[in-house]
Design a protein around this ligand. Sequence first.
Ligand code: MN
Length: 191
Amino acid sequence: MSFSLPQLRFAADALDPHISQRTIEFHYGKHHQAYVNNLNGLLPGSGFENASLEEIITNASGPVFNNAAQIWNHTFYFEAFDPAGRKSPEGPLAGAIDRDFGDFAAFKDAFTKAAATLFGSGWAWLAKNDQGKLHILQESNAGNPLTQGMTPLLTCDVWEHAYYLDYQNRRPDYIAAFWNLVDWSVVEERF
Ligand code: MN
């Protein structure tokens, strides 16, 4: 069994000016592809030859974990983007956000702060635990809430490769742009 790079649901230039075509060409076309290639190269003899990505993420360590989680994380990150998508949550997810964070604006502030203050490379996450309670998590490197038994709902990649071509050192500007791209109907389906 080997993994392949999933198709994007948008054209490479569709996120401009928030995320440029050039960033997508490197982030998806080079980085995401490299994690797929690396994992496929690591699988023979690893004991995970027939495992799903989720099984690898919750059971593996080292380079096998890192590359599998980076494939999953990037697929999940890109899948939430649609510049024409709905820009705020509705229904049960909106209710859970109000219950656990106060309101949507307070949630966005808390998530933005988590993404901005994560030291080094990693991912900010919105996830729910097995009781349905929402949490904002900071995960370094390839970290993923699945390893804590949580259900991921939304993620922001804050590795420098996600924003350096467009925003250089201005990670907060990238995070502000990120909010223009999230399609909340996708997050609701995950919830
Ligand atoms: Mn990335």
